[in-house]
Design a protein around this ligand. Sequence first.
Ligand code: 26V
Length: 800
Amino acid sequence: MNIATPPRVTTRGLSDAITRHLRYSFGREPEFAGLEDWRMALSYAIRDQIADSWFKAAGTARNQGAKRVYYLSMEFLIGRLLEDGIVNLGLVDQAREALAALGQDYDEVLADEPDAALGNGGLGRLAACFLESLSTLGCPAYGYGIRYEHGLFRQSFQGGRQVEAPETWLLQRHAWEFERPEARFRIGFGGHVEEREGRKLWLPGEHVDAEAYDTPIVGWQGRWANTLRLWSAKACDPFDLPAFNRGDFTAAAQPEALARTISRVLYPDDTTEQGRELRLKQEFFLTAAALRDILARFDKEESDIRKLPQYVAIQLNDTHPAVAGPELVRILHDERGLPLDEAMQTARACLSYTNHTLLPEALESWGEDLFGRLLPRHLEIADLIDNAHYEANPNRTQSMRADGQVKMGQLSFVMAHKVNGVSALHTELMKETVFAELHHLHPERIVNQTNGVTPRRWLLACNPRLSGLITETIGDGWVDDLERLRELEPAIEDAGWRQRFAEAKRANKAELAEYISQTQGVSLDPDAMFDVQIKRMHEYKRQHLNILETIALWQEMKDNPNADWTPRVTLFAGKAAPGYAFAKDIIRLINDAAEVINADPATRDKLRVLFLPNYNVTLAERLIPAADLSEQISTAGKEASGTGNMKFALNGAMTIGTLDGANVEIREHVGAENFFLFGMTASEVEERRAVEDHAQQAIAADPRLARALQAVGSGAFSPDEPDRYAHITENLSGADYFLVASDFSDYWRASREADAAFADRAGWIRRAALNTARSGWFSSDRTIRGYMRDIWAARSHLED
Ligand code: 26V
């Protein structure tokens, strides 16, 4: 059976389905329906269309006894799903017309959907792009995660300071999930280990149930749909009846409340020590539930547990689900009776691990006291794994079990048959630094899979003006074969075509300006250069380098008001971890500086600065199509890959960036002449850090930097509290670990180069368009093909 594109529903069919759902799923007559009712009815109508591909895909995988890919991730940053479904099913025109016929506005209805933010940043968004590509490629796969009641916090500003409020996506009606009460597993914690009939038996001291909620993820043209299965924690006995009967109603509700804390909230924070026990519980909860589910599916298809690796590929998205190693060995050995050696080998053949960061503070390790108290048998097994590894590699000097810790990166490496980095540079640095010894012992294990992004969401859907022009020029084959964007290159030589490309960008900018004017009350000139830095707030990402350069530019503009300045709008967005004080201070500094700069009559038509609150996937979808300049300015060696950088290039922005993460590969693809490179390389960074007074030297050599720092440090942007930012300037003129001062001069140079390039309109458009034409390699379809080939040994079932 060839799985062809399913027939498309007509406009009439869709409007009938919408009214039917309105009436019979939601009990509303159309004349009384509100926006949310329309959004839910449209979502159900679209969901019906997806469901058929979903059933068919699951059936094909079952009938074929297909190898399934299981992507275990603590985070899935999926954003809105309605437009994604409509676009992938090719129903944009039908949906727009059907709603219009019913008197509703398509864009308004779509905008009513909450943005599901079950993730922090890059790692979670990558997981979401991967699920979509897995479906587009027809690779049978499940994403496993946690159904957090509260996703990433909502960010607002008070007096320029970040204020966090809980996010409540589940309070609005959610159209996409199916509760699966039958898929429910009991997960244990604590307790002790006994030996019975020569076998170790873990007897947990407490339990909680994991209940599944499934969301279908449909691929391009609706040919295949996979499942995102999120686990929700429920009490095994939801209600303490004896307590209730005693009249103790609080105690009666206690079991449910306690159990639910496990899936209550997404960890926003990788910097505080609090709540580490709950975090470990969450990690085991996800992992244990996923493994039970995977084995239940396997048991239906095969009886010989040694064949598990033929049916199962488990990807660990960072070390967060690394306890999958010991848990799978425990199941195979303790429960299913495989000899220990064979249990370890079988587990390893199923497991692989992706590393997403080399920052020491983000490398997980657990104190053995906590780990052993929560997971006593897993601690024993971690030791067995470590000993077996040592016996096989007696020259080994480092252990995953040193200093009273369980080091999750090392454990993941040892328990995985493949370990991958997320860009070429990052993978090489993994080999040279954190995993140097393990790489030496297992040179075939580390492989690179440079990240990618799904072109359906990040070009076709979010940028209809540009994607329409592309399709008109080269047809729509690019949507699932993104390297075909190269076919645009001849058109780029045509001035008429370039004009249309420029008009699309101009219209996107005008639309963003209108949105910002409505939401922030700030008016922006769409003809200025839109210079955008959007990502989590972190010192290594160096938002403070950007604001310092912006301050220096403002100062210079005031010195030379009549010079030929390129008008610039510098936009920021991003959240800081609630416990990361320095990152929050950078937000406040940007907001304070913006207030002063934007109020300056001498520069207000040349320079505007704005920090947009509550960055999320939906805001990214607005900002990226409207960007001229993409800021990718991390300290070289620190950003594992970046994926925003790819989205900007694809949407025709030029990058100003360091040789870090995937920037290196982006520059290779788009051409060095179409990328504003600056700054030290990763190895120069290491050398520079060894220079005593590196920051002082850099400041002494660059009067612009000195003056900008002076203004910040003396309260030019915080007159009511002049020393508010003294600690920032002290940091930047002292230890300056992230080398802001040392890269400043070259960043200034590259920024002025960008200004000059922007002033040459024809030249800029050409270079921006070449960025689009040459970014096709950064499709997550290419990345997923790489994983399927090099890591999972999985195949597409689209043609079966
Ligand atoms: C660690 C922790 C520790 C416990 C609390 C919650 C939490 C959340 C996140 C993290 C580490 C996140 C690592 C991460 O997101 N890395 C990013 O991965 C992207 C996808 O590969 C990559 O593009 C970015 O460069 C990299 O920073």
